[in-house]
Write a protein that binds this ligand. Structure first.
Ligand SMILES: *Cc1c(COP(=O)(O)O)cnc(C)c1O
Length: 397
């Protein structure tokens, strides 16, 4: 590592709040599926900024669209209309089949909006203010107070209690545990279609169908968090589309902007018609023309380049290669996940493997301490997967 890089890292450790134990590289630029640090060292990237940079780095069409928008207009506030937001909303509606969109600046904010929608929907119906939300153990929905309150990780929540209150936790993929918590007070059930941080666990079809049924029978809103598993990552625009069910409310973010901060919560017309009204919710930046130009361009490029089809063609190869790696190393217990959202479960911490891989020019990340997570740019090729597998193999003892 160069002196210059060491200096930057020292500066960072003095200036930035220490809320992350960062890997010791300072990144400079990216191209395709590779990142480069300030010393010029290249890394094959299997993280994509945590499931964000779906299109890969330095994409000319994406960059040109953003540059043009910068010269036109960056921000308007939500008191006026802007064309990129209108077009992004139209495309997002088309691909999701949902009816109404609210743009946010992040995933956590999208979850906040979904929670407010659910509470208002129930309040509109019965006028009560004691509604409960059922969330899942091992879930992750973000770090703001509302999103944190529905996050099923006591370690993340404990120091910040009390949360927003009236949240009950059920066991993921255990329908009976959900049924046991349903009452007159329940206004929503929130879950990730595929749990990300919590361990790359897809919902079983029976679980999602069962929750849909509970929600239909009790006028409870089914909220699917698609922030990590959506936007093509599992081989459909949104992961729930492979299950034959549809949520009442869904959240998106991460790959939606491919690097420009933008999230969204979407809902059906039925929910929109009896929940949030003018004055109930807002944001200064959310849905601004720059961020929406990013989302609009991403949605267009996904379609034009058939990114979903590419995911479906390359994902089985990743699964196969991970299977081969697992068969060679007894410390790997299980392969988890689906599509290009995969995990290798180890019998101990994976931090050593990640650091060794970094040295050898491969960027990987964990999910929990014992799971190695693979959420590469969606444009990854079989050749990139071969390179990854070769490096990873040499990093596992
Ligand atoms: C990352 C993530 C969030 C939070 O998104 P931020 O943009 O970090 O606020 C919420 N839900 C899921 C499933 C996520 O993976």
């Amino acid at each position: 590592m160069s002196e210059k890089m060491k200096e930057y890292i020292d500066e960072a450790e003095k200036a930035l709040l220490h809320t992350y134990n960062r890997y010791r590289i300072v990144l400079d630029h990216g191209e395709g599926v590779h990142l480069y640090d300030i010393d010029g060292k290249s890394y094959l990237d299997f993280v994509a900024g945590i499931a964000v940079f779906a299109l890969g780095y330095g994409d000319k069409e994406y960059n040109d669209a953003l540059k043009a928008q910068i010269d036109k207009l960056l921000h308007t506030s939500n008191y006026y209309y802007n064309v990129p937001a209108i077009e992004a909303a139209k495309l997002l509606k088309k691909e999701s089949g949902m009816d109404r969109v609210f743009f946010t600046n992040s995933g956590a904010e999208a979850v906040e909006g979904a929670i407010k929608t659910a509470r208002k929907y129930a309040y509109t119906r019965d006028g009560h203010t004691d509604h409960e939300i059922i969330a899942m153990e091992h879930s992750f929905h973000g770090r703001t107070m509302g999103a944190l309150s529905v996050t099923g990780n006591a370690h993340y929540r404990e120091a910040f209690e009390p949360g927003i209150g009236n949240i009950r936790f059920a066991t993921y993929n255990d329908l009976d545990s959900v049924k046991a918590l349903v009452s007159r007070k329940t206004c929503a059930i929130i879950l990730e279609t595929v749990q990300g941080e919590g361990g790359l666990t897809p919902a079983t079809p029976e679980f999602l169908e069962g929750i849909r049924k509970i929600c239909d029978e009790n006028d409870i809103l089914m909220i699917l968090d698609e922030i990590q598993c959506g936007m093509g990552r599992t081989g459909s625009w949104f992961a729930w589309q492979k299950y034959g069910i549809k949520p009442d409310v869904m959240t998106s973010a991460k790959a939606l902007g491919c690097g420009v901060p933008i999230g969204a919560f979407l809902m059906t017309e039925k929910v929109a018609g009896s929940s949030l009204v003018p004055g109930d919710h807002g944001t200064t930046y959310g849905g601004n023309p720059f961020a929406c130009e990013a989302a609009k361009t991403v949605l267009e490029l996904f379609e034009k380049r058939d990114i979903i089809e590419h995911v479906n063609s390359v994902a089985p190869y990743l699964e196969e290669k991970l299977g081969e790696i697992k068969s060679r190393h007894s410390c790997i217990k299980e392969i988890r996940g689906t599509g290009l959202m995969r995990g290798l479960v180890f019998d101990g911490p994976v931090s050593g493997v990640i650091n060794k891989a970094l040295e050898k020019g491969l960027i990987l990340i964990n999910a929990g301490s014992d799971i190695l997570r693979f959420v590469p740019p969606l444009v990854i090729t079989e050749k990139d997967i071969d390179t990854m597998a070769e490096i990873l193999d040499s990093c596992i003892e």
